[in-house]
Design a protein around this ligand. Structure first.
Ligand code: EPU
Length: 300
């Protein structure tokens, strides 16, 4: 076995080399992570993150892999997977959650406790850490609105607390994306009727299931909605439903969803995205901005 790069040598039991990221993204696409780190505790997360950063190693956080396109050549440096960091401590209307906790599960637990504020987020796949870093949301809610503070490790390894006002929550964007999100404190609204919250959850699920291809391998909406417009409608009107590049296909149900229908590659998805951008821009003058993240280099 090849020795681990020096900064990760002390963490051999939680590090895998060359882990295919296709195993960890909802699109089932993505080449290997040079180092794939799966901390079992906050202490391990902090120590391994600091060790990498002290050597200037590139670092990335991976939650549920649900809003992410990874290129076929994979990513250099360390990918930290939060799958084993799933603690949640409830204290009245507040809850302190570790980043790997599932967003859907948290929405349901909040409803059981009669705590309002999360119910509009059901049907969004992924973890809380991922949801916070991209301010996940939809028509009914955005996660940023219930955040009290976020605890992060910065790129120097320093522990910092960001109260909500400092997180820079905007439409599917925050200032937190480059950091390691180590814990999140949410403040919900107490005193709601659990039955009413569960009914809202049921209704939103039904609404999503009727308009979105929820079961298929996708990464959610490919592009952000331009101000006052629907990206899905613009792509639909440009004729892309069921259009394919290789194994990547635009959903026939919602044109802002790209699906991996037959061993698609990252190159297939990015070529299809580029075709959509070009055609929609020719027709409407609008340049669609990708919503899903792309590793390693972004969309540039
Ligand atoms: N439409 C079409 N053709 C399509 C898709 C949509 O004509 O193929 C039309 C619909 O008929 C509707 C309008 O476009 O009149 C808006 O569509 P929809 O109601 O499905 O909502 P959306 O704006 O496309 C947004 C979020 C979704 C979120 C839903 C529901 C963005 C980019 N999309 O979709 O978020 O689930 O609202 O809350 O903000 C995501 O972020 O990954 C995502 C899926």
């Amino acid at each position: 076995m090849t020795a681990l790069a020096e900064p990760l040598a002390p963490f051999a039991e939680i590090v895998r080399r060359g882990e295919p990221l296709a195993r960890h993204t909802t699109l089932r696409i993505g080449g290997p992570a040079e180092y794939f780190v799966v901390p079992r505790s906050r202490e391990q997360l902090v120590a391994a993150w600091r060790a990498c950063r002290a050597e200037g190693m590139p670092v990335r956080m991976l939650g549920g892999g649900s809003n992410l396109l990874v290129d076929d050549d994979g990513v250099p440096g360390a990918v930290f997977h939060t799958a084993l960091l799933k603690g949640a401590v409830w204290d009245g209307a507040r809850v302190r959650v570790e980043p790997g906790f599932g967003l859907e599960r948290l929405c349901r637990e909040a409803a059981e406790r009669g705590l309002a504020g999360m119910e509009g987020l059901v049907g969004i796949p992924g973890t809380l850490g991922g949801a916070i870093s991209g301010n996940a949301g939809g028509r009914h809610a955005e996660i940023g609105s219930v955040v009290e503070e976020v605890e992060v490790l910065d790129l120097d390894g320093g522990e910092r607390r960001f109260p909500r006002a400092d997180c820079g929550f905007e439409y599917r964007r925050t200032k937190l994306a480059p950091f390691c999100i180590a814990a999140i404190v949410l403040r919900l609204r107490p005193g709601a009727d659990p039955a009413a919250l569960k009914e809202t959850i049921r209704r939103i699920h039904e609404e999503k299931a009727s308009t979105q291809p929820l079961a298929a391998h996708s990464a959610g909406c490919l592009f952000k909605n331009p101000p006052g417009q629907s990206a899905g409608r613009l792509i639909d009107e440009a004729g892309f439903k069921m259009q394919r590049v290789g194994g990547a296909m635009i959903s026939d149900r919602h044109a802002n969803f790209v699906l991996n229908v037959k061993q698609a590659t990252g190159a297939d998805v990015s070529a299809l995205a580029r075709q959509i951008q070009n055609k929609v821009q020719r027709r409407t003058g609008i340049l669609l901005e990708p919503e899903i993240r792309r590793w390693p280099g972004g969309w540039a």
